[in-house]
Design a protein around this ligand. Structure first.
Ligand code: G4P
Length: 539
């Protein structure tokens, strides 16, 4: 076979593999049911045969300072940054987005490696704070969002109310894809507005196995089998009439751009609505999309291998001081053992130890395609955002730097450790663990740390101690909010002259403004315009 034939064959193979992949991440607020739904997707996707094992290992019961132990004990929910399952030939890659107290920039960055977001909402609570933050990233990337309204077996908002809640909180137009039959304890079925079928469920004990389903093409025939009151049936019929055409009329373009979201109802705990969700999610979720390089040009999906690091995780194995780098493949075929270039350093690295992680088990991966995530041993010079490529050079600049929301002053008790303090924190900031700034009007041996999630300070403290031998002293600060600034002296001077605002710079000399109050932030918006106050660091 000639080289051209081989190339064509590889092109076809890549295209085929790309078409059957769906790489997605869940956006939700703690307790909405992300872990439960993840597990049920694995159950319905055939990756596990009985639900119940993952949730038992949840970390919410641990103190924040035990984070290393959490990483170890939590198994699937944290250390396996990607869960893979396959259904009828479609390969799903579910990227884990840690929530709870360990919500951090990692969580936000993971969304950059996903092609679709699955938004999980608690029917009683509606859209909550962390979901809003994660949604900002989806909006920035214009990725499609599919919604699962969970816990419909519990009293909560009515379906129409939930839809208004999504629209009002996020400015995202909800499009019903299914509709729940019965509220709270009367919840017993789902009307599938896509296939126009009524699905009636019988719960399996503890929800560890799939629920039994009866399917009715004729709505009335199905309704006759239920025990809800005739008044509730009337209301259900009315609502169905109101919403039945919406999904069919949904604009593909609006959906593709993330301007509207199909909404599925269900209960992850009881496995109600999970099957119909997964069946349709397969068609709704985007296959891996090509990424744009730093010059704004598309790296074609069938070009040779390229990818970028979106997450680094140290000490995955406590017996060895190792660090894994999670790489999202953006083009080409990855084969174990190929030589790739680290775009940042120009060095060639042999990719000899890739693996995927599922629970504690590491599977060596022989080949992978765009949309897949490979976990590689970090030779030491991989950073968050590092681009890797096989032959044709490329640099992606896709990982945004978020605005920190929590601040602490850091210093060391030991005056002989000041150099290590700076060096250690600089390295951790390069790794994307923490933002490091000069303290506005501070003394020289203090630095200002900024994070997206508060638990991250414990991570920094622990790592500085164990890896750099520096015992950090942390002190709270009065800062309420921050925004990145353009490198425009006029804007900087204007803000510098304001009351309750403080200008500082990060380790790369990038300017940032800190505010003492929400009031000060609003004042600044009026003064210099919102367009000069960035929520993401610009290059
Ligand atoms: P998270 O990952 O988003 O934080 O949520 P998680 O799945 O851990 O669920 C949070 C709580 O909500 C759990 O209860 C879980 O059982 C419950 N839950 C999840 N889905 C449903 C649902 O469809 N219906 C109802 N009624 N509850 C649901 P918990 O009491 O915190 O934990 P556990 O005692 O059940 O382990």
């Amino acid at each position: 076979m000639s080289d051209t034939d081989t190339a064509q064959l590889t092109d076809k193979e890549i295209q085929k593999e790309v078409e059957r992949r769906r790489t997605f991440a869940i956006i939700s607020h703690p307790d909405a049911g992300k872990t439960t739904l993840t597990e049920k997707l694995l159950l319905y996707g055939g990756a596990i045969h009985e639900a119940g094992s993952i949730r038992q290992r949840k970390a919410s019961r641990y103190a924040a300072s035990d984070w290393m132990a959490i990483e170890k004990d939590r198994g699937i929910s944290v250390t396996s940054s990607v869960m893979r399952f396959e259904q009828d030939g479609t390969k799903f890659n579910l990227l884990d987005t840690p929530g709870h107290k360990d919500f951090s920039e990692d969580t936000l960055r993971t969304l950059v490696a996903a092609d679709t977001a699955l938004m999980v909402i608690d029917v009683a609570k509606g859209v909550e704070e962390q979901t809003e933050k994660l949604y900002e990233v989806c909006k920035m990337r214009n990725i499609p969002i599919v919604t699962f309204v969970n816990k419909c077996d519990r009293p909560g908002m009515e379906p129409l109310e939930i839809m208004s809640n999504i629209e009002n909180k996020l400015g995202l137009r909800p499009i019903p894809a299914t509709w729940p039959l019965g509220y709270g304890k009367d919840f017993q079925g789902i009307y599938d507005l896509i296939d126009q079928q009524l699905l009636l469920y019988t719960k399996a004990e503890h929800g560890t196995q799939k629920a039994e389903i009866e399917v009715y093409d004729d709505l009335e025939e199905g309704l006759a089998q239920t025990h809800i009151s005739s008044a509730d049936k009337d209301q259900f019929r009315e609502e169905i009439m109101l919403v039945e055409d919406e999904f069919a009329e949904m604009s593909k373009e609006e959906y593709d751009q993330g301007n509207c979201t199909p909404v599925f109802y269900g209960s992850a705990l009881n496995n109600f609505g999970v099957d119909v969700f997964l069946r349709n999610f397969k068609n709704l979720a985007h296959p891996p999309q090509p990424y744009v390089n730093e010059e704004g040009k598309v790296r074609k999906i069938n070009d040779d291998f390229s990818g970028f690091v979106f997450k680094l995780q140290a000490n995955m194995n406590p017996d060895h001081r190792d660090c894994a780098a999670f790489v999202r493949i953006t083009s080409g075929k990855f084969r174990r053992g190929i030589q790739v270039y680290n775009q940042g350093t120009g060095k060639k690295v042999k990719m000899s130890t890739p693996h995927t992680l599922m629970g504690d088990e590491r599977n060596i991966l022989d080949e992978a395609y765009p949309g897949d995530v490979v976990s590689l041993f970090n030779p030491g010079d991989f950073r968050i955002g590092t681009t890797l490529y096989h032959q044709k050079p490329v640099r992606f600049n896709v990982i945004p730097l978020f605005t920190p929301e929590h601040f602490m002053k850091a210093s060391t008790k030991d005056p002989f450790k000041r150099k290590q303090l700076r060096e250690g924190l600089k390295q951790l900031s390069e790794e994307g663990v923490v933002h490091v700034f000069e303290v506005p009007d501070g003394v020289g041996n203090e630095l200002l740390l900024g994070t997206v999630g508060a638990l991250q300070f414990d991570v920094v403290k622990h790592r500085m101690d164990t890896e750099y031998g520096v015992e950090l002293r942390m002190e709270p600060t009065p800062y309420h909010a921050a925004r990145w600034l353009p490198d425009d002296q006029k804007v900087i001077d204007q803000l510098d002259a304001s009351y309750s605002t403080h200008i500082t710079r990060d380790m790369e000399e990038h300017p940032l403004v800190l505010f003492d109050s929400a009031y000060a932030l609003n004042q600044a918006k009026e003064k210099v315009g919102e367009e000069n106050l960035f929520k993401f660091k610009q290059d």
